[in-house]
Design a protein around this ligand. Structure first.
Ligand code: AMP
Length: 456
């Protein structure tokens, strides 16, 4: 979980990157950074915190140049220190590189051991540093060839923007796990995790950076190279279910419309007699709209969100969790008292947040509560960049739907089936990574890496 942006050919590239990162803030709230170049000189600013806190007019004015890369970080690997804030910035001989990465490699630890054995010194605990070391090692063959060789060695999920002095380069793993879109901006180019970043700066969405593609953007325009190949696609379906912004297009498709279809599929599978449908906001909003429309039931907001609180699962300690759920969402007693409600949410992960929310609407007077989840039970951890806990903490890994219903103190619980999910996705299940539901990992996970996560 991270957001990345690259800008080429705009006289205020840093400002464009800043606005883009602002739109991508939901993808990471831990740190933010921008590196710019005028083709010769490179400048950087990175800090822990939200985009609006990390940058101001003054810091942006210190970032001159027509090329920029930026990053917002949500840590899935590596700890929370300023050293791990991206873009990752290095000088190698006469070349300066700044790299921003979204996704998780599954063999970074092995590559790191090998590089260390060969004498490499690492400054951070990030996967991205491994990528930079591999690039540097192959650089004498030229940049595109070095990227190609690096892509042959790294395994897993990566959507990357790279500033290499006078060039902006974007490349993406051949499975296309994480999104990466290409747009046009006043004759220049922009690359971002999601198209919501384009809308804010009025850039035009052209297409996605293709899985396995290397895109080089420089004074000569845009050149596409084939980087790596895979025998299938594996777009993360959880980006559609939860992570991406509903106004974005990812993998060429609008997220809002996808989520609405999940709600319609829920209605096809489970018709409830309820007084109204309500979401757990905001994650459940769009599936709830789809469900209500398809089931012909009224839609209400039975619980109100305080928008000035971050996503609760970002909080580090378990003891703060209940508190942060309550500051974030408050039930509307007037609407709930004595009513039969159908609550829609996107997913259940640990179950703890939902339990507190269900209790809160019961205490507010709801008389009967059914819950519809717009994806199947999440049973397996993600190794490609979504921050799911270990298998032991995933409620559906060890408990049946009936056990979960009882734990959540619900009258009814229904999860969307895998078939329903795929129908919402247009029937072509082969283009998605569904590992969190099925345990079939498109890129094999190293035994050493999976042991802890599976067993705890
Ligand atoms: P819980 O009841 O604790 O499983 O929390 C469920 C809520 O957490 C849902 O509204 C999800 O949208 C949200 N959520 C989504 N992704 C994650 C994640 N990776 N870790 C924790 N919670 C998540």
């Amino acid at each position: 979980m991270c957001g990345i942006i690259g800008v080429f050919g705009h006289k205020e590239a840093a400002k464009i990157a800043y606005f883009g990162l602002y739109a991508l803030q939901h993808r990471g709230q831990e740190s933010a950074g921008i590196v710019t170049s005028d083709g010769k000189n490179v400048a950087e600013h990175r800090a822990l915190g939200l985009v609006a806190d990390v940058f101001d007019e003054h810091t942006l004015n210190q970032l001159p140049g027509h090329i920029a890369v930026g990053h917002v970080r949500y840590s899935t690997t590596g700890s929370t220190t300023i050293k791990n804030a991206q873009p990752f910035f290095v000088t190698h001989g006469k070349n300066t590189f700044a790299l921003a990465h979204n996704g998780n490699l599954v063999n970074a630890h092995l590559l790191r051991l090998e590089l260390e054995r060969q004498g490499s010194l690492f400054q951070t605990t990030m996967d991205s540093e491994v990528i930079v070391h591999l690039l540097a090692k192959a650089l004498r063959k030229g940049l595109v060839e070095a990227i190609r060789e690096t892509m042959d060695l790294i395994e897993g999920a990566y959507s990357i923007v790279l500033l290499a002095q006078d060039k902006l380069i974007a490349f993406r793993d051949p499975y296309g796990f994480r999104p990466l879109a290409l747009g046009m901006l006043n004759g220049g180019y922009i690359v971002a995790s999601e198209t919501c970043a384009f809308d804010l700066v009025q850039a035009q969405y052209l297409r996605d950076v293709r899985p396995g593609e290397i895109l080089v953007i420089d004074e000569n325009g845009l050149t596409s190279y084939e980087g790596a190949k895979a025998d299938r696609l594996a777009h993360c379906i959880f980006e559609f279910i939860y992570f991406a912004r509903p106004d974005s297009y990812i993998y060429g498709e609008n997220v809002y419309a996808f989520r609405k279809r999940l709600g319609i599929e829920l209605a096809n599978e489970c018709r409830l007699e309820a007084d109204f449908v309500m979401p757990f906001p905001d994650s459940g909003n769009y599936a709830a709209i789809g469900y209500a429309q398809a089931a012909g039931l009224p839609f209400e907001m039975g619980i109100i969100r305080n928008h000035y609180v971050g996503r609760t699962f970002i909080q580090p300690s378990q003891s703060m969790r209940d508190f942060s759920v309550r500051v974030k969402l408050n039930p509307v007693k007037e609407i709930l008292r004595g009513r039969k409600v159908a609550v829609v949410d996107d997913s259940l992960v640990r179950g703890t947040t939902s339990r507190t929310r269900v209790r809160a609407i019961k205490e507010a007077g709801a008389h009967e509560i059914s819950m519809l989840i717009s994806c199947p039970p999440i049973k397996y951890p993600c190794f490609y960049g979504i921050d799911f806990p270990t298998r032991g903490e995933l409620i559906a890994a060890k408990h049946s739907v009936e056990e979960i219903r009882r734990y959540l103190e619900l009258d009814l619980l229904h999860y969307l089936s895998l078939e329903g999910l795929l129908r919402a996705g247009g029937g072509d299940g082969k283009r998605f990574c569904l590992a969190c539901f099925t345990g079939h990992y498109p890129v094999p996970i190293q035994a050493s890496l999976s042991k802890d996560i599976f067993e705890n």
